[in-house]
Ligand binder design. Structure first.
Ligand code: NAD
Length: 430
């Protein structure tokens, strides 16, 4: 994750591009350039060896015009405030793109979770919630999982918040384990949402899935599920990678066995091992940079931000980039991809399936009525397909790129909310 540019400043630049296509006044735009609340906390954690370690964490509520803040909590050693602000901003736009009644928020703790024991991780998770408890709540700001946080961590966090609130409060957090009020379908919702976008594109481009080569950077929660669903439909997943490196097979991988291997061994084994244990997977070894530059049809960055930059954008050979990760493409790289006529399905649309099913989870928690998996997936598909097509049509009608169209679509919705309380023209009768 290169931090050469301030990622928040880079992120909000996209607003200016979209402004002229959006139905929004300039003062509403100005509000969106400034996060509403920024909290920085210190989290003291007693480590297993008896020492006390202090971790630093953040929670940013970017905007809550359309509803309570919504956004994940990331545990990563490279977390920084600018990144959390950018992620919160993207959440505001993302919730509006898919029309769900939430604003945007995000949290992060600077930690390498792989270095913590399970008990240390639990203490850190509960400690973070104690520090931010006054700033979150079912009607205020609702966290969720993000990079290196998972359902169990959400369960600990919900449990800790419930103790503080002295009442069981499942709607304070989403992405929980199912027995604690999680929604069916939340685990694969992000990958599934991206998959539904691609299914719409498949129709528009008249694709035969068997001829479409796909590479997935980042084989975690989001990356695995989109790869699995595409593979089930016959797409050829020819390359995948994780933080340690990537693997390539021109005939396409059997994704279920790759998922099994990765989840059992915590790595894409073929990257490292030689000989017997890896015989099940035939693959060439790839560096992460090489995966991005492969001669394929669809590139799916599903790891971290700032992966496609001005340094490598010119080398991207895919026709379509599906941004399952948040912010994988810098604004400079965006311009290069646009010149190369590569269609980028932007993050705020492509990975919005996760927050959409988080919204379903929150609705179920608040009503106490839980849905079957078919109901979740059908509702998700309806939202993703409708909003994908709305953004796609806006793009073609205005002859702009899909990111600008997605931002304009979301800005119009947020703008309507902000402007409903009055604007300069209303108060001055101009
Ligand atoms: P995860 O922790 O489950 O997986 C991340 C994966 O990326 C891991 O396999 C890791 O090894 C890999 N990775 C890390 N650095 C890498 C690198 N430099 N090159 C290649 N792989 C690398 O996280 P996730 O939940 O799948 O999230 C991935 C991305 O999707 C993030 O940008 C996240 O913000 C975004 N996202 C996730 C969700 C969700 O519901 N999980 C929702 C919206 C957006």
């Amino acid at each position: 994750m290169s931090q050469t540019r301030d990622i928040f400043e880079d992120a909000i630049q996209r607003l200016d591009d979209a402004f002229k296509y959006a139905n929004i006044e300039s003062e509403a735009l100005e509000i969106l350039k400034h996060p509403k609340i920024i909290i920085q906390v210190s989290i003291p954690v007693r480590m297993d060896d008896g020492t006390l370690k202090i971790f630093e964490g953040y929670r940013v509520r970017h905007n809550d015009t359309r509803g309570p803040g919504k956004g994940g909590i990331r545990f990563h050693h490279q977390v920084n405030l600018s990144e959390v602000k950018a992620l919160a901003f993207w959440m505001t736009c993302k919730c509006a793109v898919v029309g769900i009644p939430f604003g945007g928020a995000k949290g992060g703790v600077i930690v390498n979770p792989k270095e913590l024991s399970k008990l240390e991780l639990e203490r850190l998770s509960r400690g973070f919630i104690r520090q931010i408890a006054d700033f979150i709540g079912p009607e205020i700001d609702i966290p969720a999982p993000d990079v290196y946080t998972n359902a169990m961590i959400m369960g600990w966090m919900m449990d800790e918040y419930s103790k503080i609130a002295r009442r069981r409060t499942p709607a304070v957090i989403t992405g929980k384990p199912i027995p604690l009020g999680g929604s069916l379908g939340r685990d694969d919702a992000t990958g599934r949402g991206a998959y539904y976008c691609l299914k719409e594109l498949e129709v528009k481009r008249n694709w035969n899935p068997g001829e479409i080569k796909v590479a997935v950077q980042g084989f975690g929660n989001a990356g695995q599920h989109v790869a699995r669903l595409l593979h089930e439909d016959g797409y050829k997943i020819v390359a995948v990678s994780d933080s340690k490196g990537g693997i390539y097979n021109s005939s396409g991988f059997d994704i279920p066995s790759l998922i099994k291997t990765k989840n059992e061994s915590k790595q894409l084994k073929a990257v490292y091992c030689h000989g017997s244990v890896c015989e099940a997977i035939t693959a060439d070894i790839l560096k992460n940079e090489e995966l991005l530059e492969l001669d394929i049809d669809v590139l799916i960055p599903a790891a971290l931000e700032n992966q496609i930059t001005k340094k490598n954008a010119d080398k991207i050979r895919a026709n379509v980039v599906v941004e399952v990760a948040n912010g994988p493409t810098t604004s400079e790289a965006d311009r290069i991809l646009k010149d190369k006529k590569i269609l980028v399905i932007p993050d705020i649309l492509a990975n919005a399936g996760g927050v959409t099913v988080s919204y379903f989870e929150w609705v179920q928690n608040k009503t106490g009525y839980y849905w079957q998996i078919d109901e979740v997936n059908t509702k998700l598909q309806k939202i993703m397909s409708t909003e994908f097509n709305a953004v796609y049509s806006f793009m073609t009608e205005n002859n702009i790129d899909m990111r600008t169209a997605a931002y304009a679509h979301s800005l119009s919705r947020i703008g309507q909310g902000i402007q409903s309380l009055g604007t300069k023209s209303y108060f001055t009768d101009e």
